[in-house]
Design a protein around this ligand. Structure first.
Ligand code: ACO
Length: 399
């Protein structure tokens, strides 16, 4: 490639959400909680749960393939595949390696990015840097999570928050102006044990004891995490906006990490902006960690909230503690989102190992819910997606 093709433009976007819905009413039957508590404290009404045959790689591959279709590329045009996840299929190989094969790419380098819920922003920034450095022309950036298999469905403080899903973008080099602008990434290790998964790593390898203690599940200090998020998100976004030579008023839409509506409201307040500048879908997906920003971005574009020339900001926080923000001047035709329809999940599969029988991956507490029929049409219907008038973000949240 030539030295002048150094602007990084988002040319494709896609999302995938598993069909099965886990509502607050379902959780009421599993733990001591209620819909009103969950909605008031978090804004979450329902979240998606992956089926037994689905994995982080399979969901990421569908979202990734959709993003490639929207970009109008052949899968083999992708030079680098980055998968942001805290729930990889395996410790090794990388989930990105499995995605590469599933999408039919033979050329790309592939690796995972580990920055918890900030993972997509970190991975997107890495793509931007590869393009700016002339190392790649087309980068597929995926955020994919299968959190339901790492949750303790007896712990009401965590199991109500999280959901499964995947989102993706294709970032492409171009000599046209626009695309990726300023980036800010932070890591504050004093928060390292505020959200963590204690066992399974080198410090505490899995054993019957670690499993008996439930150390293979996500643990979280909710209040400390909340404090970090409300302190950091606005300042991280402001730093990225300043690096872009812009002011908060210049931003048309923020795509914040969808962890909690109250945290998103605090960001809007911190930036002195109205809530209609914040895209919100936490009510329908819960916190999908690294998948949340790309799912929200794809929904925002496909629902007409983004037009060519808009300046948008991705901003996220997560375990580490990490945070990240990236400013993008949107240059793609939003109507291309329709091309995602051409990719059907049943046509994409992740190759399984030979001679290895996995145990049933569905957490027992979810088995009954997963066995019930899926309501037809629950999978995101992309056929009627047409850019139109933006809906105020808070209407999603209070619906
Ligand atoms: N239903 C009913 N009551 C509950 C529930 C529940 N699901 N969960 C907790 N409670 C109770 C608590 O036991 C407590 O009761 P007590 O007063 O008798 O002790 C009471 O509700 C208040 O609990 P708090 O923890 O103080 O509630 P808070 O208002 O802080 O809300 C929440 C909790 C929603 C978890 C909030 O702290 C939060 O959103 N934190 C941020 C979490 C987050 O975003 N994490 C994702 C990080 S991203 C990543 O990298 C994975």
């Amino acid at each position: 490639m030539t030295g002048i093709e150094r602007h990084a433009h988002i040319t494709g976007w896609g999302r995938y959400a598993p069909a099965q819905v886990l509502t607050n009413a379902d959780l009421e039957r599993m733990v001591d909680t209620d819909d009103e508590w969950i909605v008031t404290r978090t804004g979450i009404r329902e979240r998606r749960v992956a089926a037994a045959h689905e994995t982080t790689a399979s969901m990421g591959a569908v979202a990734g393939r959709r993003a490639i279709a929207v970009a109008g590329l052949d899968p083999d045009a992708i030079d680098l595949i980055l998968v942001a996840t805290l729930t990889p299929d395996y410790w090794m190989p990388s989930t990105a390696a499995l995605v590469k094969e599933a999408i039919g790419n033979t050329r790309a380098a592939a690796m995972d990015v580990s920055a918890a819920c900030s993972g997509f922003v970190y991975a997107y920034s890495t793509a931007q840097a590869y393009i700016a450095g002339g190392l790649a022309r087309h980068v597929l950036v995926i955020g994919a999570e299968l959190l339901s298999r790492f949750l303790d469905y007896t712990d009401r403080s965590t199991c109500i928050l999280f959901g499964d899903g995947a989102g993706a973008v294709v970032v492409s080099a171009s000599d046209a102006p626009g695309g990726g602008l300023g980036v800010e990434l932070t890591t504050e290790p004093q928060g390292a044990y505020m959200i963590w998964l204690p066992a399974g790593g080198a410090k505490s390898p899995p054993s019957t004891e670690t499993i008996a203690r439930g150390e293979h599940y996500i643990r979280m200090e909710g209040k400390e995490t909340y404090r970090f998020a409300t302190r950091t998100l606005a300042s991280t976004a402001l730093a990225a906006i300043a690096r872009s030579g812009l002011r908060p008023d210049d931003i048309d839409l923020f795509i914040p990490h969808q962890a909690n509506i109250r945290i998103i409201e605090a960001v809007a307040k911190g930036l002195g902006l109205p809530m209609d500048k914040m895209f919100v879908n936490v009510d329908r997906y819960g916190n999908t960690s690294a998948a949340s920003v790309p799912i929200a971005l794809a929904e925002a574009v496909d629902s007409g909230r983004v037009k060519v020339g808009d300046r948008i900001v991705f901003v996220a926080f997560g375990a580490g503690f990490t945070s990240g923000a990236a400013v993008v001047e949107w240059t793609a035709d939003p109507a291309r989102g329709r091309l995602a329809e051409t990719i059907r999940p049943e046509d994409i599969s992740v190759r399984l190992p030979v001679d290895w029988d996995s145990v049933d991956p569905i957490p027992p507490a979810l088995a009954e819910i997963m066995a019930r029929p899926v309501v037809p049409g629950v999978e995101l219907d992309l056929s009627d997606v047409a850019p139109g008038e933006p809906e105020p973000a808070h209407e999603h949240a209070v619906r």
